[in-house]
Design a protein around this ligand. Structure first.
Ligand SMILES: Cc1cc2nc3c(=O)[nH]c(=O)nc-3n(C[C@H](O)[C@H](O)[C@H](O)COP(=O)(O)OP(=O)(O)OC[C@H]3O[C@@H](n4cnc5c(N)ncnc54)[C@H](O)[C@@H]3O)c2cc1C
Length: 384
């Protein structure tokens, strides 16, 4: 058995958006860091491996996530500017609200309180502004003009490249969880030893496999499907700035305009069946394709028969209510568990990274919102 070339202050296991930002910000604060991923940053089976992810500020009355989204938008923008990578599209994000929409009303209050820019659009204004959509059944909406779309896979790879440039050691390795027999170091599946003062397991949808007894019932993986439909040739009505990203909250469907020529993206946010990220097939189901097409026919009638260009199947790694998991392992005080992105985590990579890095460097408690003890085994989503 060989040992890793050095023993860094922190070993981060998982180079998805959470692990990548944690490694990068720990290094910025002076820690020596090794970052491991079983397949590589932003790979196809990782939740962060999608082409694009929304960054929006609206979170109802869950003000912490609005703050984190705003803070993260600033950090993403700074990184992309420094690295000259145009990976944020400022498309704006349009929320379509139901007539008596408590979540949207709470969102307005939070955005107002935090002085985040938004426009409230009544039904007539929605119809006037977005003629490429059918919105005559919508009572009102909210446009977040400064929000938009992150090009996810490439964004994570950019964070990892930035971390490497600062001196983070990045390795492809499948790292096994702590066991009393080998503690205080870890082993990889090919027999190498990993030794560090602190370990962060940011393993996304693999957390329940890595810690089956602790997380097997507390992080539930669901199959989520995404569709890209072709837009008419020479027609920019479905691209920004004419069309923002949108969230039809009542229908549990969201989407993005035609970015980089990929087509109009339609994603189903309703939780799908359970999913294994290693072994499950990633062809979309006829039922969800039907749902996506029904949605197109309702909201984008001129694209009702548009050709299907591409599809993606990925997993949400859901905690019971959608709050992230950020806590120390109950048996190993220097092992951190970070995940439970629950379908909305990508945008928050920088804020999660800062939160974890600060606690590793300075110590201090974690919020009860993120604590392992707050994760139930029955799904009841309250954070959207
Ligand atoms: C279809 C879909 C749409 C989404 N839309 C949005 C959106 O619009 N906006 C938004 O903010 N969020 C969105 N999300 C959620 C967001 O993508 C996730 O919350 C986020 O990417 C989770 O990142 P992560 O780092 O926790 O996990 P991952 O990206 O899955 O990364 C975990 C990494 O850990 C590695 N790993 C696991 N086990 C080991 C091990 N033992 N050894 C070494 N490496 C290991 C894996 O290989 C993987 O690379 C969406 C998710 C999906 C699936």
């Amino acid at each position: 058995m060989t040992t890793s070339s050095n023993s860094p202050d922190v070993a981060v296991i998982g180079a998805g958006v959470f692990g990548a930002w944690i490694a990068y910000l720990l290094r910025q604060s002076g820690q020596s860091v090794a970052l491991f991923d079983a397949h590589g940053a932003g790979h196809t089976r990782a939740s962060s491996g999608g082409e694009s992810r929304l960054i929006r500020m609206g979170y109802g009355d869950a003000e912490l996530y609005t703050r984190w989204a705003a803070q993260s938008l600033t950090s993403w923008t700074a990184l992309f500017t420094a690295k000259q990578q145009p990976l944020l599209h400022g498309t704006g994000v349009l929320w379509l609200a139901r007539p008596d929409d408590a979540q949207m009303r709470a969102t307005l209050v939070t955005l107002q309180r935090l002085k985040i820019q938004f426009e409230r659009l009544d039904g007539d204004e929605l119809v006037r502004r977005y003629p490429q959509m059918r919105l005559d059944d919508m009572a009102w909406g909210v446009l977040e003009p400064e929000s938009g779309v992150l090009m996810a896979r490439r964004a994570v790879q950019t964070v990892v490249d930035a971390a490497i440039a600062l001196g983070v050691e990045y390795r492809i390795a499948d790292v096994m969880p702590p066991t009393d027999a080998h503690w205080p170091s870890l082993a990889t599946t090919d027999g190498e030893r990993v030794s560090a003062d602190t370990y962060v397991f940011a393993c996304g949808g693999w957390l329940p496999k890595v810690f089956p007894r602790l997380l097997g019932e507390r992080i539930i993986l669901t199959r989520q499907e995404v569709f890209y439909f072709g837009c008419p040739a020479g027609n920019r009505n479905f691209a920004p700035p004419q069309l923002p990203a949108w969230i039809d909250f009542g229908k549990e469907v969201y989407g993005m305009p035609d970015l980089a020529g990929r087509g109009l993206k339609v994603g189903i946010d309703r939780h799908g069946p359970s999913f294994d990220p290693d072994t499950d097939d990633r062809h979309v189901s006829p039922e969800q394709l039907r749902m996506a097409r029904d949605f197109l026919q309702l909201r984008f009638p001129s694209l009702g028969d548009a050709p299907l260009l591409e599809t993606r199947v990925c997993q949400y790694e859901n905690t019971s209510n959608g709050d992230f998991l950020i806590d120390r392992h109950p048996n190993y005080a220097n092992v951190w568990l970070v995940g439970g992105g629950s379908g909305h985590g990508f945008k928050h990579g920088p804020a999660v990274g800062e939160y974890v890095a600060k606690r590793i460097v300075d110590g201090g408690p974690v919020s009860s919102r993120f604590a392992l003890a707050s994760k139930a085994t029955v799904q009841q989503r309250t954070v959207f």
